[in-house]
Design a binder for this molecule. Sequence first.
Ligand SMILES: NC(=O)c1ccc[n+]([C@@H]2O[C@H](COP(=O)([O-])OP(=O)(O)OC[C@H]3O[C@@H](n4cnc5c(N)ncnc54)[C@H](O)[C@@H]3O)[C@@H](O)[C@H]2O)c1
Length: 425
Amino acid sequence: MDKKILTVAIIGCGGRGKVYGNYMSKQPDKFKVVALCDVVQAKLNYSANIFSVEKENCFLDEKEFFKEKRADLLVISTHDRQHVRQAKIALKLGYHILLEKPISPNEDELHELLAEQRKYDKVVLVCHVLRYSPTFNKVKELLDSGVIGDLRLIESIEQVSWWHQAHSFVRGNSRNEALQSSMIMQKCCHDLDLIQNYAGAKCKSVYSIGDLSYFNKEHKPENTPDNCGTCRLKLTCPYSAEYSYITRWKEKGSPENQWPFNFLTNDYPLTEEKLRHAYENGPYGRCVFSCDNDVVDNQHVSMLFENGVKATLTMTAFTAGHGRIMTFHGTLGEIKFYGDDRPDAVHLLVFGKEPIVFNVDDIVSGGTGYDHGGGDFMLCQQLYDMINGNAQATTSLEASIESHLIAIAAEKSRKTGKVVEITHK
Ligand SMILES: NC(=O)c1ccc[n+]([C@@H]2O[C@H](COP(=O)([O-])OP(=O)(O)OC[C@H]3O[C@@H](n4cnc5c(N)ncnc54)[C@H](O)[C@@H]3O)[C@@H](O)[C@H]2O)c1
């Protein structure tokens, strides 16, 4: 097939939809965004403006949008529980799909989507963006080289960080399992996907403990209101909206339109007045101890893989920094991986030898420069090549589904207190 410019439609013009739209519209020789759908007019207008999409190709109603095929590729970046329903319609219409993770928290839907993908034989690339990051791939390369002998154990921590938990998982869209999915699915399906890839086998059994231990009414200070705007603690509480959206915004150089501040309003450029008005009058000003959140703030998962590798994953809100840290224990050495924006990303510690450090700049010249360790950008590149028939997938829909099965098992274990065996179909 000759290389051509791929036309792109985006359904869900929120944070993630804009990320992919931005990368794609910066490569006009490869992609052209031609159609948009979002249920919020302001979001639709904003994306239509930045991606130069004609008004007649912008849809507020997905039924209208799905009346016909509008592009070669559909980016599905709506909320977790809408993904599979929309993907199935899109496959039937003949789209290739870039599908935000998680695919779905529902196991039946995972299998249904795989069956439809096989039936229509289109690309369905799940946004496990870290699989495309050069630093994460360096670790895989070292493991596969055998330099640390046989892998026995993986320890990993997902540092959500205190402000991110408060923004997304207490006040924001991802706070509630019924609205999105469990924390281990929505936040940690990346980690589980990486771990199964590093382990090099399917997961056999899972045990998990975890709870929503802090962001609840029990911990609300006495005589405080439900909104930070009038709270006596607004200048001292580290979770206050005043700190999260005004002080932090100023610390970041008062950006005109940057996550997470741009989630408070669609009125850009951002100003102190707009942000304060938004938090005082909207959901992001709610006291973190009186929201309708139910996803956990700390969880631990133990996994056993079919090849005997064992792994642990700890997810916690209570971290000063953010990102992933992983340690790989092999029979001849250890690898420590700092996937949290440290320049010295990978430390190779072969027993009895001098340590070797791989800096991000050594792994990818000039650094990754993009979100998710360069993964968001690299994924778009690979998607283009895959659709043009010039690249094999780094990871498949089948592999993405395997990692989702671990998340489903972990949640079941957390709720029942029992070890859960995973059945592979
Ligand atoms: N790959 C990653 O690392 C990563 C990071 C964050 C979020 N996510 C996932 O990406 C997805 C989107 O997250 P987000 O943070 O961009 O959320 P968001 O709320 O900013 O965006 C979702 C958008 O979908 C729109 N929408 C809702 N229902 C719709 C419908 N029926 N038709 C059209 N549009 C509709 C909403 O109005 C909103 O603009 C979620 O599934 C989330 O779990 C992935």
